[in-house]
Write a new protein. Structure first.
Lengths: 228, 228
DNA sequence: GCATTGTTGATTGTCGACAATAATAGGCAC
DNA sequence: GTGCCTATTATTGTCGACAATCAACAATGC
């Protein structure tokens, strides 16, 4: 694999590692060794270190002084914390969106929503969640609170890891999920902040319940990888 | 100044720079040059770079690819964003605190509150806000949502910068401010999440209004330092 | 056999040097 | 004098090497 001759080396490395962490290829608690990685990727340790700082900002690794980086824990507790946070930040952003939506944003969100519906129709989970990201990206663009958006984008990889861990065990259909997006969108477009707020809040709490239920069942996927 | 022979070099440097940024010694928009700083502090650029990543995590500097680090903007917008965020995250943490407070926490918070009252009595703003931090630290310790706590701690320096910029122009007395803390504390101790939530929310919104009003008046303190 | 201590090996922390890139200044044509 | 192109300089990005530190293990004493 070649990481050279592209834009930002540390960003690429961070993204590469993020994918591995999200897909549980690198397990929670597992150590990430700089030298080994550097050799593996054919770069020096400097860009690796920067990448680890990026991942730390995204809550994907913990940086222990003089002990290096470890993939961050992914416990039931963490899932609860994550959704509790999203349950207050999403609505905050949603309110602003409802106040700021332009015609352009509206068209774009409608287009994404349509694609989501198609994926839901044929139960294509993987693609569906890609479009959920696109949906979120669009409505972040419409939001004015760049601080909240920045934090949400840093939380996103953790959310994706969670979704991946529970993706193939979900019992609720995508159509159930889609319902909330349709509802939220309706309130955005109508410029109704209160209802947009509520729709997003309900959505996250539903997701939270599902995630926790599945986490309890399949917690072997989440347990710490104690290193030897 | 000697930074050597202590714990974590990057942490120390980050804290050193954070103080300068908070006290507006380094102005919003101002560039931070690695080599210059390295020479100034008598260290190499490696720990400086790490420090800049830490400050970036705390929203105090922006890292522009191949253009280095600049002290992050500190506009009226930013102040609004910051308080809007705190207005939802503080209550979230407060709710949990109200459910988890131990006798130990209670004693500690009462002690801090008393010291705050003394400072308010003699209008010692500087010390007062130090104790506000201690208050916050205590109630974060009682909170269980470590993710929210982590984010709050990263937001704290920005809040302090804001407080510093408006500190000497505030018209409301510390006693007005203290009122909210007393109220919030009462609800924590009574184990009333809803009321604790509301007290914190009201507190932040009041702070927000004051900060924005002062920002509009004294925005010369906040304006960008365009580099030559 | 157990605890303590010293040694060794592995890994992160820091450094100075070089490469790549962006900002600046100067020269040239018009 | 103005605008564009080129050369120079300043600054960040990357590298390999060394120093400091930590973990594991062996040796020693009790």
């Amino acid at each position: 694999m070649t990481f050279r001759d592209a834009k930002q080396l540390p960003d690429q490395i961070a993204q590469h590692l993020a994918e591995k962490i999200i897909h549980l290829e690198l397990k929670p608690g597992q150590r990430i060794q700089e030298a080994k990685l550097a050799q593996e990727l054919g770069v020096s340790r400097s860009p690796i270190r920067e990448a680890l700082h990026i991942l730390n900002k995204q809550f994907l690794v913990d940086l222990l002084p003089r002990r290096g980086a470890v993939v961050s824990e992914f416990s039931e507790d963490f899932i609860g914390w994550l959704y509790d946070l999203l349950a207050v930040i999403y609505p905050l952003v949603a309110r602003e969106c409802a106040n700021n939506f332009t015609k352009d944003d509206a068209d774009q969100i409608q287009a994404v929503l349509k694609k989501m519906e198609e994926c839901a129709q044929r139960s294509d989970h993987d693609k569906y969640y890609d479009y959920v990201f696109e949906y979120a990206a669009t409505f972040m663009r419409a939001a004015k609170n760049m601080l909240a958006v920045q934090i949400l984008m840093n939380l996103w990889p953790s959310k994706r890891r969670m979704e991946f861990a529970t993706l193939y065990h979900r019992r609720n259909t995508l159509k159930d999920n889609l319902k909330y997006f349709k509802l939220g969108t309706k309130y955005f477009l109508a410029g109704n902040p209160d209802m947009a707020d509520k729709a997003l809040h309900d959505y996250i709490l539903q997701e939270r319940a599902i995630a926790l239920e599945l986490a309890r069942e399949y917690n072997h996927l989440l347990t710490t990888h104690h290193l030897g």
